[in-house]
Structures are given as C-alpha cells and as structure tokens.
Design a protein around this ligand. Structure first.
Ligand code: C2E
Ligand code: CA
Ligand code: CA
Length: 407
C-alpha cells in the first residue's frame, strides 16, 4: 500500500507542524508550508491526496487559493480550516464543491488533535488502489479538442455508463441514468463536463446526443426480457437541442423503433437551460411531454430560476444538486436548502431525486426529510454497460448491497 500524502497550508507554523505530527503516526506522509507559491509547486510535483487549507491568512486569500485549485482541476480532497464563522466556512465549502473540488471535511478553529484525526483516519485505511486511482488525473484528457471529438464520433468511440437510482422505501431499483463516457486512445479518460462543452461549442452536440441516446436505448431494449417494462432510463439533454424543432420526432422514433415506450424515458435538463428563453422552451418541453417523455430539472438549486416560471413548466421530476447533498451532513445551510427543495417538490407534485449520496448518514437523512429516490456512489458508481447489467441482476434490496436496510 502506498502512503497517502497530505499537504498543509497555514500561516500558523505551530499549528501546521502539529497537523504534520498528527498525520505521521497514521502512516500518512505530510508536508507543511505557509507560502502560496511553494504550496502550488509542491501540489503539482507531489500530487497530494488531501490538502488542508487555512481560509484566512495574512496577505493571502484562501478563497482565491480554492479558485486556483479548481482552475488547476486539483484532484486532492480538501480539508478547509479557519477561525471564521461557520457560515463563512460553509460558504467556502459550497463554492469549492461548485467548482468541482472534492471535500474531505471542515475543521473550525480551534480544533483538537482528535478532530483532525477523525478526518485523517479514513485516509489511512483507504486501499492503495483508490489513492492511486485519484492520481490518474484526467488532466491529460482536457487536451482533447474538437478534432479529436469529431474523430471519436466518426469511430463511435463514445460509450455510456449507467448509474442506478433506488427507492429507499421499497428498496427497488427505479432506473438508471445514462452518462456519456469517452476514453481517448492516447489521452485517456476525457471528463464529460469537458467534451460536452466542446460538442456544444463546435456543433457536435446533435451527433453526440444521438449516439448516446441510441446506445442507451439499445442497452435498455436488451434488458427487456429480464426486466420487462420496469426500468426507467434517465438521459441528459443539452439546452441547445431544445431549439431543434425536429427533436420530439427523432427522440420518440428512436424509442418506439426499439419497442420501448416514451413513458420510460426521463429527459434531464439543467435548471438554467429550462428557464432561459422561456417561451421557446416551454413550447418544446410541452411537445416532449405530449409525446410521453418525463422531464426532470437537473442540478436543482444551482440555477437562477423564477419559481413562477418553474411552476409553469411541465416537469415531472426535480433532482437536488449534488453540491447540497454532498455537504448535507456538514452544513446546516445545505440541509435548509434541501428541505425547502423537498417541500417545493412535494407541493408541485414532482418526484424528487437526490444525487451525490455518498454515505449512509446522508441517505438516512434524506429519507427522513422526505426524499426517497436516491442516486450516488453509496448506492453505486456509474458502471459500464456489462457491469451495470450484472449489478442489476445481483442487486437484492434486503441483502448487504443495501446496508441502510439492514438497520
Ligand atoms: P449530471 O447530469 O449532474 O450527472 C451526475 C454527475 O454526478 C455524474 O458525473 C456522476 O458520475 C456524478 N456522481 C453521481 N453520484 C455521485 C456521488 O455520489 N459523488 C460524486 N462526487 N459524484 C457523483 P459525470 O458522469 O462526470 O457527468 C458530468 C456531467 O456531464 C453530467 O452531470 C451531465 O451534466 C453531463 N453529461 C454526461 N453525459 C451527458 C450526455 O450524454 N449529454 C449531455 N448533454 N450531458 C451529459
Ligand atoms: Ca443528470
Ligand atoms: Ca445533476
């Protein structure tokens, strides 16, 4: 097992060294600096697994450090520490998550060695494989450009991963979300957030969406003999597609030509795209609903929507954004937002799904708060086609697969 690596930046040298000393007996390699330039140099060369970052340092702004980490697509998990009020700490955490960083925990000052230990112990026991997997950062994949993407589409190199969605109350699998995947032959894994934007910018989003949609439908049709009509398929739609008047035709033709029904397909749209160009999208969304498709507002809570507009849109589901879900247990504010979203969803008679459920505590909290449809690493990561089919075959709600039901 390779030693996990911890990088600490804090202007308080005594505290920094204390943190270093707490980590070492856990077999965690720790380095400390109080200097931003040195911090980024070590970060690049040494590739730590976890970064402890002090939010307030003289002459340095922790929030800017967080932004810079995001810009560099830092894969290390973050522990944010500070003596500022919990609200400021929470705001910093939220902005980190929104910028794609992953959080290992918060450490309000003053903290005890035990507080830090409780965040570091999971790291110590983590298998080396996981620590290594994070090192294989998708930085390389970000070099993929529109020519690569065009070629990948011609060669049909994109694939689909499927992430199950579960109903907590009944334990049943409700369906799966299809997520596009692209492994570039030289550059490796290209993150979807990168290639979807590329496709949108270079007029490739139509062929891309078509390939993903067709693959996912073929996969679903292949499972029909086993699951006959029971699995729902969620699929992400770029807002750009909504201006294509032919969309309802090609989508329903693709579904029906495989002997499937459009009621089984949930089209996920982000909140922002569902509320811009209100007139045009209202018409398109209504046409899609009339064809039988379900409509879901993705990443709910992150966009800027007027409630009035939302209530007028023909949605059937609302997905609570993972930035709130992932911080729910650590953030009072996230819980307030989650609970208001659940309330709103219930009042509008929408299905409510939480995405980004990573642990048992969050899962229990969400169910108790009234959100029963769950998706996240705790249930399953997105899986390649074959593995996803296998997962579905082996899944038993009352066995160890579903630890929450044991208690
Ligand atoms: P999304 O629609 O919000 O999808 C959920 C993302 O959260 C996925 O990232 C999924 O892998 C990740 N996720 C799920 N559970 C957890 C969890 O417990 N913890 C954490 N940390 N993450 C979790 P992914 O696959 O990287 O996709 C990123 C985004 O790319 C998607 O966000 C979606 O907006 C876009 N995307 C993916 N496939 C397509 C596609 O076929 N078409 C379009 N238009 N967009 C797509
Ligand atoms: Ca989605
Ligand atoms: Ca989402």
């Amino acid at each position: 097992m390779s030693q996990p690596k911890l990088l600490i930046i804090d202007d308080d040298t005594i505290l920094g060294l204390m943190m270093q000393n707490i980590a070492r007996p856990l077999n965690i390699e720790a380095r400390y600096t109080s200097d931003a330039l040195q911090f980024f140099a070590v970060l690049e060369q040494w590739q730590p697994d976890v970064v402890v970052l002090d939010l307030v340092m003289p002459g340095m702004d922790g929030v800017q450090l967080i932004q810079e980490l995001a810009r560099r697509r830092c894969r290390a998990r973050l522990i944010i520490t500070s003596g500022v009020s919990p609200r400021v700490l929470e705001a910093a955490q939220r902005s980190a998550v929104e910028n794609g960083l992953s959080i290992a925990g918060m450490l309000p000052k003053p903290f005890t060695p035990d507080d830090l230990l409780s965040l570091l112990v999971p790291l110590e026991s983590e298998p080396a494989d996981n620590a290594l997997a994070r090192h294989r950062s998708p930085l390389q994949g970000l070099k993929a450009d529109r020519i690569d993407l065009g070629r990948a589409l011609d060669r049909r190199e994109l694939s689909v991963a499927y992430q199950p969605k579960i109903c907590y109350r009944t334990g049943a699998v409700i369906g799966v979300e299809a997520l596009a995947r692209w492994v570039h032959p030289e550059l490796g894994m290209v993150p979807p957030d990168h290639f979807i934007v590329l496709a949108e910018q270079h007029n490739l989003i139509h062929p891309l969406s078509r390939q993903i949609f067709e693959q996912a439908l073929d996969w679903l049709a292949g499972l029909e003999p086993e699951y006959g009509g029971r699995l729902m398929l969620s699929i992400n739609l770029s807002a750009l597609l909504l201006s294509d008047a032919g969309l309802p035709d090609w989508l329903s033709q693709a579904v029906e030509s495989r002997g499937l029904s459009t009621e089984r397909v949930i089209l996920e749209l982000t909140e922002t795209c569902a509320t811009q160009d209100v007139g045009g999208s209202l018409e398109m969304l209504t046409r899609l609903r009339m064809r039988g498709f379900q409509l879901s507002i993705d990443d709910f809570g992150t966009g800027y929507s007027s409630l009035l507009q939302l209530t007028r849109m023909p949605f059937s589901e609302l997905k609570i954004d993972k930035s709130f879900v992932m911080s729910a247990m650590a953030s009072h504010e996230s819980r307030v937002i989650i609970e208001s979203i659940i309330d709103l969803g219930h009042n509008l008679k929408l299905e409510i799904t939480a995405e980004g459920v990573e642990d048992d505590a969050t899962l229990r909290y969400l169910c108790q708060a009234g959100c029963e449809l769950l998706q996240g690493y705790y249930v399953s990561r997105p899986l390649p086609a074959e593995q996803a089919a296998q997962w579905l075959r082996e899944y038993r709600p009352d066995r160890n697969h579903w630890p929450a039901r044991a208690g």
